[in-house]
Design a protein around this ligand. Structure first.
Ligand SMILES: [Zn+2]
Length: 371
């Protein structure tokens, strides 16, 4: 898949999903082989997002793949799937030489006309990727899944999925299975707003998957119901930053990693060779304030996920891997991570079990936890 002038999205691309106010800081992290950037508006400012993109491309000479996500499907004022695309939004992406993503509204669980509408309207636009911001029932429920994959096959256009969930959508039963069904439709598939499961998607054939810089960009947060009359408004509570803990393939609070480390001073498990940690134990960030650890936590996480991607899908010799090798390796990594989680006394991330259950058979049996 290519944009007319922006760098090509090659198979197995691991993107960073950030908001426009983070884009300049994220650009260096996203500029390496097999990486790239997805940028969503900061506080719904689409004009600001376009200006940021123009700056990145023209002044900053950003050379990795760049995608713009209008995110009109998100937030309290989100638009429904039936909302028409904004022709100016589509045109501006084209003028910037970028891959074109539709500015789709949200596809609720009962909204088959909305789903079909997005795909039909995309099919008549040359070289455009249909953004599908989905209620998780579209992947979880067998009947929904059949309808979804039927419409995707019929339209035959590339799709970029965004999955709604309070936390990790891949923790929900049926979501991994549903994603694999979409990947089996034979259209180029991207996954936006994701976390560690981005790697699973890439190993199973997604063209690209994007990992969010902050929790709010690692899934589509459901709209909160309006407060009950007379209920006390609860204030905004900032979320303490989490970081990817490589042995358990999961995002963990830095404090939780530090506590586990005190109980088990095992250098093999806690040392991190990423460019941010530079050989230090990963909980070095615990000494920083929540505010100061946000940037290193994000950079560490992206670097670790990029390294894992390179190990699972070696970019220098992709054709040497027999088909299914990456998916089998991913299943084996999930089994190992589940074992490591139990060893540390943590609940394993539920997605680990779902990926193993639906991965290539026999892989888990071949897994031996690393010494
Ligand atoms: Zn690190």
């Amino acid at each position: 898949m290519t944009g007319p002038t922006n760098a090509m999205i090659t198979d197995g691309t691991l993107l960073v999903h950030c908001s426009a106010n983070q884009a300049l800081r994220c650009a260096p992290v996203a500029e390496r082989p097999g990486a790239g950037l997805v940028v969503s508006p900061h506080q719904r400012d689409e004009a600001g997002l376009l200006a940021t993109a123009a700056y990145l491309l023209r002044q900053r000479r950003f050379e990795a793949p760049l995608l713009l996500d209008a995110a009109r499907y998100a937030g309290q004022a989100r638009l429904p799937a039936s909302a028409p695309f904004n022709p100016r939004w589509l045109r501006r992406q084209r003028e910037l030489g970028l891959p074109v993503l539709t500015d789709s509204g949200y596809v609720d669980s009962g909204d088959e006309p909305g789903l079909a509408g997005i795909l039909h309207r995309t099919a008549v636009l040359p070289g455009t990727i249909a953004v599908l911001p989905l209620h998780p029932a579209w992947l979880q429920d067998r009947l929904h899944r059949t309808v979804l994959t039927g419409h995707i096959r019929a339209a035959g256009v590339p799709v970029a999925l965004v999955l709604e969930a309070g936390r990790d959508p891949f923790a929900l039963p049926g979501v991994v299975e549903g994603l694999l069904a979409v990947l089996g439709c034979g259209v180029p598939t991207l996954l936006l707003r994701c976390d560690v499961s981005a790697l699973g998607a890439l190993c199973h054939g997604a063209v690209a998957a994007a990992v969010g810089t902050v929790a709010g960009l690692r899934h589509l947060t459901p709209r909160t119901p309006p407060p009950r009359p007379g209920a006390r408004p609860h204030g905004f509570r900032p979320v303490a930053p989490s970081a990817v803990f490589r042995p358990t393939l999961s995002y963990r609070r830095i404090g939780a990693i530090a506590r586990a480390h005190r109980g088990r001073p095992d250098p093999e498990l806690f040392g991190c060779a990423c460019t941010v940690c530079d050989g230090r134990d990963v909980d070095w960030m615990a000494a920083l304030s929540d505010r100061d650890r946000e940037v290193p936590a994000f950079e560490h996480s992206i670097r670790v996920l990029q390294d894992l991607r390179d190990e699972l899908l070696p970019r220098d010799r992709p054709t040497e891997q027999p088909p299914g090798t990456a998916a089998r390796s991913w299943t084996a990594r999930c089994a190992d991570a589940e074992y490591r989680s139990r060893e540390l006394g943590w609940d394993a991330a539920p997605m680990l079990r779902h990926w193993q259950r639906h991965g290539p058979t026999g892989a888990a049996a071949a897994t031996r936890p690393a010494a």
